[in-house]
Every structure is written in C-alpha cells, then in structure tokens.
Design a protein around this ligand. Structure first.
Ligand SMILES: Cc1cc2nc3c(=O)[nH]c(=O)nc-3n(C[C@H](O)[C@H](O)[C@H](O)COP(=O)(O)OP(=O)(O)OC[C@H]3O[C@@H](n4cnc5c(N)ncnc54)[C@H](O)[C@@H]3O)c2cc1C
Length: 478
C-alpha cells in the first residue's frame, strides 16, 4: 500500500480504512485525537512522510468536543495546556495546528471539504464514541482515511485477534513482538513553510472550559509534554527503585503519576518503555508489566468488547454469580450522591474518594478497594458499574480511558480475573476488605495524609480569598 511503502512507520502500525485514492492537489491532514503530542508520534510521522513524498502540505487538526464523556473543567484545562504546547512545537516546524469546535462527525467532514483536503490521517482509540466519530467521518468523505496506532507499542489489531482472557494470554505475543516495534522515533523535521500559521483562540477556549460544571484544575501536576518528560525523569531517578516493593502502599509515593499524561497522549508509552529499559533498576520489569502489558490489555479488551462499560462485557461466570446474589440484603446501602460526597461509614473509602476529588488521581491500590466497595453498597451491579464509571470519569485526570473501564470491570465484574470463594452480594467476584488493606499499609496514616491534604486545600482557598471555582483559572499555566 502506498502509505506504508513511503513511510518510516512500521507497516503493521498503519491501515487504510477505506478504498479511496488520495487527491494530490489538496493538503494532507492529521486529525489528532488521542495522541496529543508533536514528538514521538507515529501518526504524525506517517502524515509527514506522506506530505514529503507527495509534495502536499500538512495541517494538523484537533476537534474539541464539549462535555466529552463526563469530562469537566479539570480535564479540559489539563488538555488545553498540553495542546497549546503542541501548537508551539508544530508551528516551530511550520506545521499549522487548527482547533475545530463541535461534533467531529459534523465539523470535520465540512472543514475537510471546504479546504479541499486530499488525504486524512488519524490516530487509534478503541473507545466507542471515537469509533463512532471515525465511522461517520469515513462515510462522509471521498478521500483516503489512514489510521495509525500511535498509542500502543504493538498495534492493537496486530497484537491479538480477539479479547484476551487475561494478561497471561496477551503477555506472550506482546513480549515476542516488542523489539520489532520499539523502533527509535525520528526527529520532528522542519517542513517547508506554507505561509499559513493560525493561532487558536486559547483565552476563549479556557474560558469555555472554566464555564463547565465540575471539579477545578489541580495544582500538583503540570500538564503538557515537557512536564510529562520531567515526571518520567524524576520517577526514574527518585521512585522507580521503590516501585516493585512499595507501589501498593498509598502512604509511599512510589507510583509514576504518568497516567494523566499517557491518557492525553502528552507522552508516548513507547518512550516510557524505552527509557525504563535503559535504566538499571531492579523494578524495571514490574513497571514494564504495568505500562506495557496491562495498559495494552485494556486497549485489547475495549477494542474487541463493544460493551466494555456494561454488564454484558463481563465474563459469563461473573454475570451469573452477580445475578445469583441480586436479591441478597445490602447490609449497608449507600446512595450514589453519598458516595460522591464521601459520606459512607468507612473512613478509608471516604479518604480515597476525597483524594480523587481533590487531587484528580486516586492511589492505584485503593482504586480496586474503592470500586469493590461500590459494588457491595449499591442496590444492584448495574448501579455500581454506572456509579464507579461516572465518579472516575468526572474526577480523575486519567479517566475516560480504556484502563479506567477495564480497572472498574476487573473490580466489579471479574474481567481478566477468575472466580473466588463465594460471599454475599459480590458472589464469586474477588473480595477486598479493610482488614486486608490494613495488612498492606497503615490506614490511619493514609487517612491523616488526606485530612492534611484537605486542610491545605481549604487554607489555600481562604488565603487566596477566592472560591474553589475561580482558583483553577489563577493557577493554570495558560
Ligand atoms: C477501579 C480502577 C479504576 C482505574 N481507572 C483508571 C483510569 O481511569 N485511567 C488509568 O489510566 N488507569 C486506571 N486504573 C489503572 C491503574 O490504577 C492506574 O493506571 C494507575 O494507578 C495510574 O497511576 P500511575 O501512572 O502513577 O501508575 P503506575 O503504577 O506508575 O503505572 C504506570 C502506568 O502503567 C499503567 N498501569 C498501571 N496499572 C495499571 C492497571 N492496573 N491496568 C492498566 N494499566 C495500568 C498505566 O498506564 C500507568 O500510568 C484503574 C484501576 C482500577 C482498579
């Protein structure tokens, strides 16, 4: 295929989604969606290679959609700051970057036609809404639509032909093909100027984001690719050695905090894996297991399971056992609103929920406990699943991600897990208790840390003399 022949990108990473031929008189466009970065981006590389070999100018377009999958101000702010940095990097290479607002299935085909675009590149995302947009765009255009998996190390469609039952199934093909796909990224070239360089209306976009309901931006994590690379560097030099032994202890800062950056595509997982492999830490293997195998397992599940966020995505044994226990007495039923405001009878759970609301990121170990308790306290599994997804997507910076849907489906619906001993309400779904958690870490210390965090947050708000809502505007890095 032409697009593969003329590209430095591994041919298996690129696929044409329709039969159209390119129109060489018009520009090529990369519709950037999931991989919101200029560097280390195979989709952009493929578009650049096509532009150079065909002589067609290249433009990058991003479609900004209001209220995307429950996203609120916090997530939009993080994303916009990353995109602003991407714009600057692209402009330095003479590549125009245009933000379109509105539903991509409508705005994008219109814009492509108005600008007589000859060929469309895009990145890969297994989420339903993204697949739907893409399908509608393909139906509305007569130019080639080329997809490049710039998110996974082994392209999702190449790794395994169906949903893998568990990590043990996918690990082998991924490890076998890892080196083949860990090709060094080429440098971003300076393209010939096409005398067209628009600036996007950032102030207006930030104001629109701030007008959205919901949690304010966070102060502890700077958005953007530069900050992502700094976070990776700091993690490797100060925390990676502790990763194997301490990452399940919420009182120890041993996780990487890379998930928001990976989610918004501000850093590539391939770059993380190559950097970790070059380190000499004894924790490297455990980190690779998470950031490569477990993360790509999530994409595999969502890509091949249309109901990845519904009960019908759960394995049959899990659906059966949850059904068997539908009528069990819920000894402590907690309404979704009381969960959201952290008003349950479990101080550990409440602290985890407060961490999510304040920091936009809950510790990885507690995410499992948090979701499993939602199952125990909800009127039925459907309500539990919907509540966990809503809270995760609304407050978590890394929410609305295959990892989130799979993490919740693992906790509530036994996805990628096996049946365990039977208990009331949860049936054979793996159970987690506060007593079990107390064997892993000092629960009182964790709760105290979150109390402190909340006090600091309150004090900052009072000191600044402004409400929580206007605080984020002042701290964002626009
Ligand atoms: C109920 C529940 C909800 C979750 N929601 C999300 C979510 O919305 N977004 C999200 O990215 N992850 C989610 N996870 C997976 C995991 O908890 C987070 O990826 C991790 O805590 C992110 O923090 P970190 O980057 O500091 O992690 P680290 O431990 O430093 O891991 C590095 C990277 O490895 C990957 N990773 C780590 N653990 C997992 C895992 N269990 N499954 C898949 N990939 C993993 C992530 O890409 C992560 O950024 C969820 C897990 C559960 C149980």
């Amino acid at each position: 295929m032409t697009f593969q022949r003329n590209s430095r990108v591994h041919p298996a990473r690129i696929r044409q989604l329709n039969d159209a031929d390119p129109v060489r008189s018009g520009p090529a466009v990369y519709w950037m969606s999931r991989d919101q970065r200029a560097e280390d981006n195979w989709a952009l590389t493929a578009a650049i290679d096509y532009s150079r070999s065909s002589g067609c100018p290249l433009i990058v377009v991003f479609c900004l959609v209001d209220g995307f999958l429950d996203a609120v101000w916090r997530q939009f702010d993080f994303m916009l700051t990353g995109l602003q940095e991407t714009e600057a990097q692209l402009h330095a290479c003479n590549i125009p970057f245009i933000i379109l607002t509105g539903d991509p299935e409508i705005t994008l085909p219109t814009w492509l036609k108005e600008n007589r675009v000859g060929c469309l590149f895009t990145d890969f995302d297994p989420l339903r809404i993204k697949l739907h947009w893409l399908e509608r765009v393909i139906r509305s255009v007569t130019i080639p639509v080329i997809q490049v998996d710039a998110h996974n190390i082994v392209p999702c469609w190449e790794a395994y032909p169906r949903a893998a039952f568990g990590a043990y199934i996918l690990r082998r093909p991924l490890m076998r093909r890892m080196q083949e796909f860990l090709v060094d990224y080429p440098e971003l070239p300076v393209m010939p100027s096409i005398g067209f360089c628009t600036r996007n209306p950032w102030r207006k976009l930030y104001d629109q984001a701030a007008a959205l309901d919901g949690a304010p931006p966070v102060c502890w994590l700077d958005p953007g690719s530069r900050a992502a690379h700094e976070m990776l560097e700091t993690f490797i030099t100060t925390r990676l050695d502790q990763y194997s032994d301490r990452r399940n202890d919420p009182c120890t800062d041993a996780q990487s905090h890379l998930s928001p950056y990976i989610h918004f595509g501000q850093i590539s997982a391939q770059r993380i894996v190559q950097t970790i492999l070059a380190s000499t830490s004894s924790s490297s293997g455990d980190m690779i297991e998470q950031v490569f195998i477990r993360r790509e397992l999530s994409d595999n599940f969502c890509f091949y399971t249309p109901g990845y966020d519904r009960l019908d995505g759960f394995p049959a044994w899990a659906r059966r056992t949850l059904d068997d226990h539908r009528m069990d007495t819920r000894y402590e039923q907690v309404a979704p609103e009381r969960l959201e405001s952290a008003e349950t009878g479990d101080s550990l759970w409440n602290a985890a929920q407060r961490e999510l609301v304040i920091r936009g990121k809950m510790h990885g170990y507690l995410r499992m406990y948090w979701a499993k308790k939602i199952l125990e306290w909800s009127v039925d599994p459907e309500t539990a699943l919907a509540t966990a997804i809503r809270l995760n997507d609304r407050y978590s910076l890394d929410g609305r991600d295959p990892n989130g849907y799979v993490g919740i489906a693992w906790s509530i619906g036994g996805v990628h897990d096996r049946a365990w001993g039977e208990r009331p309400i949860v049936g054979k779904i793996r159970y987690m208790s506060r007593t079990g958690a107390s064997r892993k870490f000092d629960i009182d210390r964790y709760i105290h840390m979150i109390d402190e965090l909340e006090r600091t947050e309150e004090k900052e708000k009072t000191d600044e003399g402004i409400s929580g809502a206007s605080k984020g505007t002042g701290t964002s890095n626009h």
